[in-house]
Design a protein around this ligand. Structure first.
Ligand code: CA
Length: 343
């Protein structure tokens, strides 16, 4: 078994070292979003304290071209925009961050993710709706928070910004990548040795980030769920040839958990060849998203998921809403071979 795996591990090791990591990374997905409203500075601070290696930022633009940290280009799922600015929705019924200045967005309260149609929270066991006070941070406010914590706590926790809907932003007349990348450089994130991964779902934009915009740091291509296109045909980026093509531009890929494991229950699950193929192409694999309160049916528990993903599939990092659980699991259960080979 070990013999079979060793070339694979060697490949992984070289790549994770390039990214400055000794073991699989724990990436706090929107912060410790299992415990506090996503993408608030409170959720990032908690994730930091829980021992995450990287904190994720989803980035969208305001009307005055300030990058803010939000998952959706629409404001209504995670803020009280509909109550505060009821007349500012577009004809499609949505309130877009791009239609609001930063000063206006700063008037909003951020809250736990809701379904705007029902007004109900998406994750009922999470932080209660409408309690306490949270704001939408700018990207720079968040980078300053992380730099400050790195100074006071003596760690080197990284950032993981995602350029959201780049093509859509450009169709609206706003070039998000061209605005975000110089900010990252200004805060010291510029090379593959710096603890920063830029991520984007759009291959064209990844190519632009690497080429036209000259990004020299780590870059990850996010892949849509399941390995299938909306019409049901296979997504070519999930094939060995597609991964080799992606490797000309990016350093890693971020598929959903369903690309790594398939099955309808823990009894019949299968670990796919995806990680093997990605490693063969020289790519690291950082799948999304492990949620303790929304486990895929092929996992029996969070611990079971972590065992399969880290030890059996050999992923290089994991996006999770519950970074504390992954950090705890990693400290006790990670295969010794994985640990020692990684240094
Ligand atoms: Ca994201």
């Amino acid at each position: 078994m070990l013999k079979l795996l060793s070339p694979l591990l060697t490949a992984t090791v070289t790549l994770t070292l390039t990214a400055g990591s000794a073991q699989p990374l724990v990436i706090a997905h929107r912060g410790a979003s299992g415990y506090l409203p996503e993408h608030t500075l409170a959720a990032k601070t908690l994730a930091y304290e829980m021992g995450a290696d990287y904190l994720e930022q989803d980035v969208v633009l305001t009307r005055d071209d300030v990058p803010v940290v939000m998952h959706d280009v629409q404001l209504e799922t995670t803020t009280d925009v509909a109550q505060r600015f009821p007349d500012r929705k577009r004809a499609d019924g949505h309130y877009y961050a791009l239609d609001f200045t930063l000063a206006e967005i700063k008037q909003l309260q951020a809250h736990e993710r809701t379904n705007p149609k029902t007004g109900k929270v998406v994750f009922p066991k999470r932080f209660p709706l409408g309690q306490s006070s949270f704001k939408v941070p700018t990207l720079e406010e968040e980078l300053q928070l992380i730099a400050g914590l790195n100074k006071t706590l003596g760690r080197r926790v990284g950032i993981y910004p995602e350029i959201k809907q780049a093509a859509w932003h450009r169709r609206q007349g706003h070039d998000i990548s061209r605005i975000v990348l110089p900010i990252l450089r200004r805060y010291g994130y510029a090379t593959k040795q710096d603890p920063c991964w830029v991520q984007c779902f759009e291959i064209d934009e990844n190519q632009r980030i690497r080429g036209e915009l000259g990004w020299k740091g780590n870059l990850l291509l996010l892949l849509g769920s399941g390995g299938k296109r909306p019409d049901g045909t296979p997504d070519p980026w999930f094939t060995p040839a597609g991964l080799a093509e992606a490797a000309k531009t990016v350093d890693g890929v971020g598929p959903s958990l369903h690309a790594i494991v398939t099955g309808t229950s823990p009894a019949d699950r299968v670990v796919t060849d995806f990680v093997k193929h990605a490693h063969a192409a020289g790519l690291v694999v950082h799948p999304y998203t492990l949620r303790a309160d929304e486990l895929p049916k092929f996992f029996a528990s969070v611990e079971d998921a972590e065992e399969v993903l880290f030890n059996q599939a050999g992923i290089d990092g994991l996006f999770t809403d519950f970074p504390d659980l992954a950090v705890r699991w990693r400290s006790t259960h990670l295969k010794t071979t994985h640990k020692s080979d990684s240094r």
